[in-house]
Ligand binder design. Structure first.
Ligand SMILES: Cc1cc2nc3c(=O)[nH]c(=O)nc-3n(C[C@H](O)[C@H](O)[C@H](O)COP(=O)(O)OP(=O)(O)OC[C@H]3O[C@@H](n4cnc5c(N)ncnc54)[C@H](O)[C@@H]3O)c2cc1C
Length: 322
């Protein structure tokens, strides 16, 4: 798919081939916008659903219950059938004035000028480095995203007996992924007094035989080459050790807004998302934003809807332009 890119002007460049970016691209093509280019740093299009090996996806979009990977494939196929140009293994590294982009490609750095740019870069979980947990840099530490990409996309088993830190919906997705891969979760840790997920989801830990430790914090990682144990501060404020060979730091989603922070676009310091107007337009009117980047963490269908809605505004903007 990456053979020859025409790096001259394009009508709309979309950064991110997840549900928001692909839905916008399909809608733009249907509205008659000619040159719509979707760029993604990954080797496969589809965004996060590619490695969510569970339902429910696609109920509104395709009137059926699909797993994440089937949904991602279907979205990509719909986009290709609509004539969207999807380019992979391309990281956008700079957002310049009026839609001038710098791209890092396997062939080197390239500049692209687009009449409009839609930023749909999604979210990421907060990794260990940003959680300030002490201990060495050892193997066996993952986020839900990296675990699922190892298990579902690379057929790898990164550990056998991990603990999961967090009790958001995504933490339970990690729990199910472990179960599916034959990985035995040792415990689930939550620093607050109550689990983050609504009742009764957290009871699934009991069904799966996984202890749920509330009011408990991970304070230190022990191991020379890989994780051998963790020290926790339990609900009685006592320090104790749990033997495990892996840690999944789940949730605490934050917008994937590195590009925006480095650019001239205005950003909301509290949410870390770009500031947009009622039409999804950023402080530089050549740029728009949509999807999870604006409201972590939403269901795929909402990002898909938002992508389509933002495409309407972009198409109108282009058609009204002198
Ligand atoms: C573990 C988990 C389970 C989930 N389960 C469900 C579920 O069951 N049902 C449901 O409806 N939703 C679910 N979701 C939510 C759903 O996956 C998201 O709402 C949806 O993927 C968000 O779409 P998006 O297009 O905004 O971003 P994403 O899907 O995150 O796509 C963003 C894309 O941008 C690319 N990108 C980022 N930066 C750059 C850059 N600089 N250059 C080029 N490309 C870049 C990324 O590679 C990525 O492909 C789940 C999410 C997670 C994490």
């Amino acid at each position: 798919m990456n053979s020859s890119i025409r790096y001259d002007n394009c009508d709309v460049a979309i950064i991110g081939a997840g549900p928001a970016g692909l839905a916008a691209a399909i809608a733009l093509k249907k509205k008659g916008i000619e040159r719509v280019l979707v760029l993604d740093r990954e080797g496969e299009a589809g965004g996060i659903p590619r490695h969510c090996g569970h339902p429910p996806f696609g109920i509104v979009e395709y009137a059926r219950v699909m797993s994440g990977p089937s949904y991602a494939k279907r979205l990509v196929k719909t986009a290709q059938q609509a004539g969207v140009d999807i380019r992979l293994q391309i990281s956008v590294t700079n957002l310049g004035q009026n839609g001038s982009l710098s791209l890092a490609t396997p062939a080197g750095t390239i500049d692209l000028k687009a009449k409009r740019v839609l930023i749909a870069t999604g979210v990421r979980e907060t990794p260990r480095a940003e959680r300030l947990v002490s201990g060495g840099r050892v193997l066996g530490i993952a986020t839900t995203g990296s675990l699922q990409s190892m298990v579902y996309l690379k057929n790898m088993i990164p550990f056998r007996n991990p603990i999961i830190v967090g009790t958001e919906i995504v933490s339970f997705s990690a729990l199910l992924t472990c179960k599916k891969a034959g990985i035995k979760t040792i415990a689930m840790l939550e620093e607050n007094k109550r689990p983050t997920v609504p009742w009764p989801i957290h009871h699934s830990t009991r069904l799966l035989g996984v202890p749920l430790l509330l009011n408990t914090q991970i304070i230190n990682i022990i191991g020379s080459k890989r994780v051998e144990a963790v020290q926790i501060l339990d609900r009685r404020q006592k320090i104790r050790e749990i033997i495990c060979d892996g840690i999944i730091f789940s949730g605490k989603f934050t917008p994937e807004s590195t590009l925006i922070r480095m650019s001239h676009l205005s950003i909301d310091p509290e949410t870390n998302s770009p500031i947009i107007d009622n039409f999804g337009r950023c402080s530089d009117p050549a740029y728009y934003a949509a999807g999870n980047l604006l409201q972590p963490l939403n269901m795929a269908v909402n990002c898909w809807r938002e992508g389509r809605k933002t495409a309407d505004w972009i198409a109108k903007d282009l058609n009204d332009a002198p």
